[in-house]
Design a binder for this molecule. Structure first.
Ligand SMILES: [Cu+2]
Length: 58
């Protein structure tokens, strides 16, 4: 993820179904985890910004 602007809303990504939370910093962020075989719903800490993390084979 390449975050240009970090604020109190977008400074973390939460994936509740995996019980994971990542703090983001300005610039490039690399996170590593082992997914299951389905896409992952994620959001900011309070659920305003929603994203889907696509799970794919290499
Ligand atoms: Cu937010």
């Amino acid at each position: 993820m390449d975050e240009q602007q970090i604020n109190s809303c977008n400074n973390a990504i939460v994936a509740r179904e995996l019980n994971l939370e990542w703090k983001l910093t300005k610039g490039k962020n690399i996170v590593e985890f082992t997914p299951e075989d389905k896409d992952i719903n994620s959001s900011c800490l309070i659920g305003m910004i929603r994203r889907i993390i696509k799970v794919a084979d290499k």
